[in-house]
Design a protein around this ligand. Structure first.
Ligand SMILES: C[S@@+](CC[C@H](N)C(=O)[O-])C[C@H]1O[C@@H](n2cnc3c(N)ncnc32)[C@H](O)[C@@H]1O
Length: 214
């Protein structure tokens, strides 16, 4: 039996639409909660959202934005967030690509997190992968100088692509150098997908790049 999705939001609704952000801007959106949108933290593809909740809870003074293309995931997360005192968090139901193009200004983000993006393993679907050269160039542009880009995957073939694309973006430098990526990052909160892949014993890959300062 499938469980019916609940649509009521039991508290403040932290969802924003693309139109609303374009019309009002982040400053007005966060203003009621007296949070500055300077140096935002953005997670793309937050899934069940536990990682984003942890980030936003740890840094209540900083604005956090969750981008997720699945309406169902955004709704479930909005219901969860509504019960928490997290005025520093907003959720946008859109793709990472659209968010970068329309919602995030150059040099406005202090950190991007992309945890276990869909690997699209079939050859004919490869172009649907999120981490592509043009996308990463745009991520680098939206980061403030010295800002962080974190990416993780369990998928070996996607890992090769991610590694190549990140290393090839001249606006970024590898914060894990001389390692290209790490298999484990101490003190990192595991995401829901990460826990599944760990239970299956899959090797994990974690990258940390920074936007160059000059
Ligand atoms: C494999 S899941 C990982 C979820 C979560 N980050 C984790 O590690 O548990 C990938 C998530 O990215 C979302 N997603 C897929 N394509 C996306 C896109 N282009 N922009 C934003 N989110 C996307 C999916 O809906 C899904 O929730």
């Amino acid at each position: 039996m499938t469980r019916r999705l609940k649509h009521d939001i039991p508290g403040p609704d932290r969802r924003v639409t693309v139109e609303e952000v374009k019309e009002k801007g982040w400053t007005a959106i966060f203003a009621p909660d007296e949070v500055s949108p300077a140096s935002m933290v953005v997670e793309i593809g937050f899934g069940r959202g536990e990682f984003l909740l942890d980030l936003a809870t740890r840094s209540p003074e900083r604005a956090h934005v969750g981008i997720e293309v699945s309406t169902k995931r955004v709704l479930k997360m909005a219901r969860r967030v509504a019960r928490l005192p997290l005025g520093n968090l907003r959720l946008a139901c859109t793709s990472g690509e659209q968010a970068l193009e329309e919602l995030l200004a150059p040099a406005s983000v202090s950190a991007f997190w992309i945890n276990f993006p869909d690997p699209w393993p079939k050859k004919r679907h490869l172009r649907r992968r999120l981490v592509q050269p043009a996308f990463v160039t745009r991520l680098a542009d939206r980061l403030e100088p010295g800002g962080d880009l974190h990416v993780a995957t369990d998928h070996a073939d996607y890992a090769e692509q991610i590694d190549e694309v990140l290393a090839g973006e001249t606006a970024l430098e590898n914060a894990f150098a001389p390692h290209r990526f790490l298999r484990e990052v101490p003190d990192r909160l595991p995401t829901a997908y990460e826990l599944e892949w760990r239970a299956e014993g899959r090797p994990l890959h974690f990258w940390h790049y920074r936007r160059r300062r000059s």
